[in-house]
Design a protein around this ligand. Structure first.
Ligand SMILES: CC(C)(COP(=O)(O)OP(=O)(O)OC[C@H]1O[C@@H](n2cnc3c(N)ncnc32)[C@H](O)[C@@H]1OP(=O)(O)O)[C@@H](O)C(=O)NCCC(=O)NCCS
Length: 183
């Protein structure tokens, strides 16, 4: 059953028991609603965001695009873009978005965790980079980077440039412009 914003909120003390979200690969049939989801989540200004500019230069890896479903209904999405910094291959995570009707059910974190795991299991992936809120991503294992060290093709808030890597020293020392993934 699709929850809508018109449904009555549950009585205090009776939290709805939701099934955990299911994460699956995205397919061609998902393209339109993912586009609509990103428009809802990020608004019309999304195309001017620096992270979107990176994806204009370097295409996403469709084999790493994931969808979250709640009760069989697609509700969230994440993309991964292969990149490199200072000769090291990694992935840019994002956009990550959950439809407002399905938020706070674990879909966003499940998508991020699965994407992080896929990236690190690939022999060519050393890190996952993103621009996002520390409060959301640091509990997942992301850490802050050296301010201004990783150069984006546009303005970013350096406090929001976060990195996940097996090597705990990498976030502090990774530096240079975001470049193409080295094949
Ligand atoms: C951020 C977003 C993906 C989270 O999706 P979600 O499926 O609700 O996430 P989860 O259910 O895994 O986690 C929800 C928890 O994270 C918290 N949270 C959500 N956004 C947060 C943020 N920006 N900073 C800190 N905490 C945040 C929620 O309050 C909630 O806390 P609770 O568990 O204590 O109630 C979703 O709110 C969204 O699409 N936002 C708009 C787009 C966006 O900002 N994307 C992230 C940047 S790439």
């Amino acid at each position: 059953m699709i929850m809508t914003s018109l449904q009555t909120a549950p009585a205090a003390g009776f939290a709805p028991a939701f099934e955990p979200p299911v994460i699956r690969s995205a397919n061609a049939a998902d393209s339109q609603w993912i586009d609509e989801l990103q428009a809802i989540a990020f608004g019309p200004g999304r195309f001017s965001r620096t992270a979107f500019r990176i994806r204009e230069r370097f295409p996403i890896d469709p084999t790493m695009s994931l969808v979250a479903e709640c009760e069989g209904v697609p509700c969230g999405s994440v993309w991964m873009t292969p990149i490199s910094v200072d000769g090291l291959n990694g992935y840019l995570l994002g956009p990550l978005a959950t439809h407002p009707n399905f938020r706070k059910r674990g879909a966003g974190k499940a998508l991020a965790r699965t994407a992080m795991q896929m990236a690190m299991e690939r022999a060519d992936g050393t890190f996952v980079l993103l621009v996002g809120d520390q409060d959301y991503y640091c509990p997942l294992g992301f850490t802050t980077t050296t301010r201004g060290a990783i150069q984006f093709p546009g303005p970013v808030d350096p406090d929001r440039v976060l990195l996940y890597a097996d090597d705990p020293t990498l976030a502090a020392r990774l530096a240079g412009p975001i470049a193409a993934f080295k094949r």
